[in-house]
Design a protein around this ligand. Structure first.
Ligand code: SAH
Length: 259
């Protein structure tokens, strides 16, 4: 019987991988990876067969069952099985289902943590999620619900934590902002999207809950995390200053023309 490692691939940039993860990839016989894992990360697995088990077409539960079974089967014929997941494997990554399936089959498993999207975004923005005086708690939240959950279950934590990191929230961000305001968060609270965190095509959209609620909803091609809280205010201020500068520049140009 082989051993299965649930390994965090980090947020995107291949060098944001732990040494433990890199060494396991080098030793791996087979790697089951998410769709978004960077090609250079997969290149570390020089001896392994690569299997893409990224979720597609919304067929989540069927595919999850398939992945669980595939891990169990692989451990019967391979010594080192790596299940490589984006960010940290234990955060919104269906890790529990996979660990449970392995446990039931009597297969040894080990988890290797990774850098989650929210913390990579905090690093990239240069803003602490727990800035002293402004934030004493951070909530990792997803508004995405499973079949047996009430749609507003996420709101309790998201409305009371000082800083909120919302995963899988981009497509429903207008409703999320409306719910947060209705639950009592000030409409002026800064809200920042960071898309493709840590990658060369990283993009930010700086807004407020109010602006988000009123639409339009920004659209993203890559994965995007939504960060909400007062710790991001200096970012929204600097953007406003930036806009004021642009307005000033435009006014000056107009005046210069008319003179
Ligand atoms: N286990 C992952 C999260 C999986 S859920 C982690 O710890 O990061 C998938 C969600 O994570 C996406 O919808 C997005 O909100 C966020 N995410 C993952 N990678 C990201 C990236 N590179 N940039 C921005 N958000 C990302």
């Amino acid at each position: 019987m082989g051993k299965v490692y649930l390994v965090g691939a980090g947020p995107g940039a291949p060098d944001l991988l732990t040494l433990r993860a890199a060494r396991l990839l080098e030793r791996a016989d087979i790697v089951f990876h998410d769709a978004l894992v960077h090609a250079d990360t997969l290149k570390l697995a020089t001896q392994a067969r690569l299997v893409d088990v990224g979720k597609r077409n919304g067929k989540v539960s069927t595919e999850q069952r398939f992945t669980n079974r595939a891990l169990v089967e692989a451990a019967k014929t391979h010594a080192v099985v790596v299940r490589l997941k984006g960010g940290d494997p234990m955060l919104f990554g269906r890790a529990h289902e996979e660990l449970e399936a392995l446990r039931e089959a009597g297969i040894e498993a080990e988890v290797v943590p990774g850098i989650t999207a929210a913390l990579a975004a905090s690093a990239s923005l240069g803003l602490s999620l727990t800035r002293r005086g402004l934030s004493r708690h951070v909530a990792f939240v997803t508004p995405r619900t499973g079949a047996d959950q009430s749609p507003t279950e996420w709101l309790g934590a998201a409305s009371s934590a000082d800083t909120v990191a919302l995963y899988m929230a981009a497509t429903q961000s207008q409703a999320v902002a409306a719910d947060l305001i209705a639950a009592g968060r000030p409409a002026t609270t800064p809200a920042i999207f960071v898309e493709n965190v840590s990658l060369p095509n990283e993009r930010r959209v700086v807004t407020t809950l109010q602006a988000l609620r009123n639409g339009p909803t920004p659209s993203f091609e890559g994965p995007a995390i939504l960060l909400v809280g007062e710790v991001f205010r200096e970012l929204s201020l600097s953007v406003m200053e930036h806009e004021a500068e642009i307005r000033l520049a435009v006014t000056e140009r107009c005046q210069a023309k008319s003179a």
